[in-house]
Design a protein around this ligand. Structure first.
Ligand SMILES: NC(=O)c1ccc[n+]([C@@H]2O[C@H](COP(=O)([O-])OP(=O)(O)OC[C@H]3O[C@@H](n4cnc5c(N)ncnc54)[C@H](OP(=O)(O)O)[C@@H]3O)[C@@H](O)[C@H]2O)c1
Length: 342
């Protein structure tokens, strides 16, 4: 994907490390920004390159130096990494040492048996392809995107560890693993001398999975961090759907968020949470981000953004006072697990 040669006019903001706290990933040595930016949606052919570039650069200016990618992200698959690779080559190359770049493999990107799963073949060939797309020699974190019960975990974990030994990744992660399998992976990786850095589960006020299945406790016990995705429930934990579905919103344009989930039950719960946020002098989006970050096991909240304004707004999430026990109880009352999820 080439968008014409030009000299960058970008120089990173001098105060970029004064905006956001950085938090330690479990008992590892790596700190990550409290907010990270993911390129799952809106980073591909569905958005103007200049908008995508502007969002990435603003994120870095805000101290969001952690960018989450996967071979799957786009549309089409691979496009998000190609966009990021172009921005890296043209604008962010002088700052490569300051960036934490991730990629993931194993979620299907095609019909071939080697474009999915947890085999050594799938993982390591995907990583090589992603490095070419991202235009970098190494990623900071290489993830297995989702557990694959059909492949021996020793093979999957061995491929992750070898990516580090080959110098193609600095750390490894897993995503969407249930706690039992995550523990197995953590033990095997520790034995291999490549400790698990992070697990990436979905977690939000409307998705209490990591509380209910014990993953938060496991992260603390096994010493890995949690980078939690969709903390805004893809936008449902913002005020954008309280009075309808805007034409440019994800629920109107993406296969991953159905307009059907925006029903009266959802609206009632979201409105109650929005009221609570207002009494605290913040927005629902900011409350939702502050809520996931109240747990020390959560290293970073992994957000998406379709505009610079959203990023600027969300970056202020931690400006408000900590949540009180009374407020947390109210959030539990209206933040019912499963709201808006399929
Ligand atoms: N490991 C996995 O399997 C997995 C799965 C999913 C996601 N992820 C990672 O997590 C990242 C984030 O996921 P996500 O995009 O679902 O996260 P999210 O932060 O829950 O949702 C982001 C979306 O919410 C809307 N939004 C954000 N801020 C807003 C604001 N202040 N006001 C109104 N609307 C706002 C925007 O949607 P609009 O387009 O409607 O403006 C934005 O694209 C992904 O990019 C990816 O890196 C990983």
């Amino acid at each position: 994907m080439a968008h014409g040669a030009f000299e960058t006019t970008y120089a990173a903001a001098g105060d970029r490390y004064e905006r956001l706290p950085y938090r330690r990933a479990g008992s590892t040595g790596l700190d990550l920004p409290a907010l990270s930016l993911g390129l799952w949606q809106r980073f591909g052919t569905d958005n103007a390159y200049e908008t995508q570039r502007a969002i990435i650069l603003r994120a870095f200016d805000l101290g969001i130096a952690h960018f989450d990618n996967a071979d799957r992200y786009g549309p089409p698959h691979r496009a998000a990494q190609q966009v990021f690779g172009e921005v890296l080559a043209k604008d962010l190359a002088p700052y490569r040492d300051e960036l934490v770049l991730t990629t993931k493999a194993g979620n299907p990107i095609g019909p071939s048996p080697y474009l999915k799963g947890g085999s050594r073949k799938s993982l390591l060939t995907s990583l090589d392809h992603s490095l070419r797309d991202l235009r970098t020699d190494y990623v900071d974190v290489f993830y297995h995107h989702r557990q694959d019960p059909a492949t021996p975990i020793e093979e999957t974990v061995g491929a992750l560890a070898d990516a580090v030994r080959q110098g193609k990744a600095l750390y490894v992660g897993i995503s969407n693993y249930d706690p039992e399998r995550a523990h197995e992976a953590a033990v095997l990786l520790r034995e291999a001398g490549v400790p698990l850095l992070v697990h990436q589960p979905r977690y939000s006020i409307f998705d209490r999975g990591p509380e209910l299945n014990g993953l938060l406790d496991l992260a603390a016990a096994d010493g890995f961090g949690l980078v939690v995705y969709s903390p805004l429930a893809q936008g449902l934990l913002t005020d954008k759907y309280l009075h309808g579905i805007p034409a440019d919103a994800r629920a109107a344009n993406s296969a991953f968020l159905s307009p059907d989930v925006i029903d009266d039950t959802y609206r009632k719960r979201a409105a109650a949470l929005d009221d609570l946020a207002r009494t605290r002098g913040q927005s629902l989006a900011q409350l939702a981000l502050q809520w996931v970050l109240r747990r020390p096991e959560v290293t970073s909240a992994l957000i998406g953004a379709s505009s610079i304004a959203q990023l600027d707004h969300n970056a202020k999430a931690l400006d408000a006072a900590p949540l009180t026990d009374e407020e947390l109880a109210l959030i539990d009352e209206h933040g019912v697990h499963g709201t808006g999820l399929r």
